[in-house]
Design a protein around this ligand. Structure first.
Ligand code: PLP
Length: 374
């Protein structure tokens, strides 16, 4: 049996009637940017997250960047970021002209380790940018305690965690603002690029609203040097229909994760994801670790199981940050994760038979690797 890492087409097939109706509604409305669909999506997604405001933007990177701009964080300022994440987290900071300051993650969760934050805070630090990586919330109370002590903003990178909960509360409403991505492969995925900012802060929301549209509050009056980062009506209409399924689809991911966690316990060499008791992850990715990761991936591919590596190169060692002058060894936890992580197939449309095939293939591949070492 072939198990692809992720298939997006089944999401369209399940929602065909709603998607086709959304397409017609928008095309016939005559409004393709800034119409009723975006307004409605913003209201619905804000309510879903438990945030006061939602502002739709072009993508997740822009969401984070516009938050930083709205907070006037820029050249000369430092923003604390996790040592391992998708590079967009760091790029948003660089894009704003500020400097990303990496702090090592907790090796068990790959999320910011709050106890390491204080050592990285200096006179130029303005904000902490935790990522809810793989769909699992970071330890927000501990992070906010450090932020409060030093007068820092907390900006959540919620790109991978739409619907997750931390101590019962939804991510996206746990800091000063949050950036969301609706890239097609994310848990709440559009059919193109799209993103959003959520916040409780009226002034911040108002500034992001202006910044996404050329810094304009009134048509052709430009108070700020803004950008063009808009979510179009079609994507907003598609996302409204998908938002109504998000909890159900996240629940399917949870059931698959529970099955993996139960059936893969004891696989030689394999380290399973760790879930702190206050976390309700939404399993954007199911990430295991293995000392012979590349050979495991190869064997799984031979068995027809598609896997990916999130992420093979930590930002500090990537060419994009060569100017930081970091050498291998600078962030050993991030580097060790990059060398050992492997993402198994995960998604709401994975069948039970496919899940069992993955489990069988992981056992077989790991046992043959263990036998080869012994
Ligand atoms: C996807 C992602 C982003 C960026 O979102 P885009 O919509 O692709 O711009 C930012 N941070 C993380 C952790 C992501 O996974």
């Amino acid at each position: 049996m072939k198990v692809p890492f992720l298939e997006l087409r089944p999401t369209y097939e399940e929602l065909r009637a709603e998607m086709d109706a959304a397409y017609r509604r928008v095309m016939e409305s005559g409004f393709y940017l800034f119409g009723g669909e975006l307004d409605a999506f913003e209201r619905e997604y804000a309510a879903y997250c438990g945030a006061k405001h939602c502002i739709g933007v072009g993508n997740g990177l822009d969401a984070l960047h516009l938050i930083l701009r709205a907070l006037e964080i820029g050249p000369g300022d430092e923003v604390i970021v996790p040592s391992q994440t998708f590079i967009a987290t760091w790029l948003a900071v660089s894009y704003a002209g500020a400097t990303p300051v990496p702090v090592e993650v907790d090796p068990r969760t790959a999320n910011l380790a709050p106890e390491r934050l204080e050592a990285a805070v200096g006179p130029r630090t303005r904000a902490i940018l935790p990522v809810h990586l793989y769909g699992q919330p970071a330890d927000m109370d501990a992070i906010r305690a450090v932020a409060q002590k030093h007068g820092l903003k907390v900006i959540e990178d919620n790109a991978q965690a739409s619907g997750a909960r931390y101590k019962g509360r939804r991510t996206g409403a746990l800091g000063d603002a949050a950036g969301h991505s609706f890239y097609p492969g994310k848990n709440l995925g559009a059919f193109s690029d799209a993103g959003a900012v959520t916040t409780h802060d009226d002034a911040l929301a108002e500034r992001v609203r202006a910044l996404r549209n050329y810094g304009s509050r009134r048509k052709y009056v430009h108070d700020l040097k803004g950008f063009n980062s808009r979510m179009d009506e079609l994507q907003a209409a598609f996302l409204r229909a998908k938002l109504r399924r998000l909890d159900e689809w996240n629940e399917r991911r949870r059931r698959i994760a529970a099955r993996y966690l139960e059936a893969l316990r004891g696989v030689p060499g394999l380290i399973l994801p760790h879930v702190p008791d206050w976390a309700e992850p939404v399993w954007h990715l199911f990430v295991v670790r293995h000392p012979e990761r590349d050979r495991l991936q190869q064997k799984l591919a031979e068995a027809g199981v598609g896997t990916l590596i999130h992420y093979p190169v930590p930002p500090h060692l990537s060419g994009a940050y060569a100017d930081g002058g970091w050498k291998r060894g600078a962030f050993p936890i991030a580097e060790s994760l990059a060398d050992t992580v492997l993402s198994l197939p995960m998604g709401p449309h994975l069948t039970e038979a496919q899940v069992e095939a993955v489990i069988g293939a992981v056992w077989q591949a790991s046992e043959s690797l263990a036998a080869a070492i012994a």
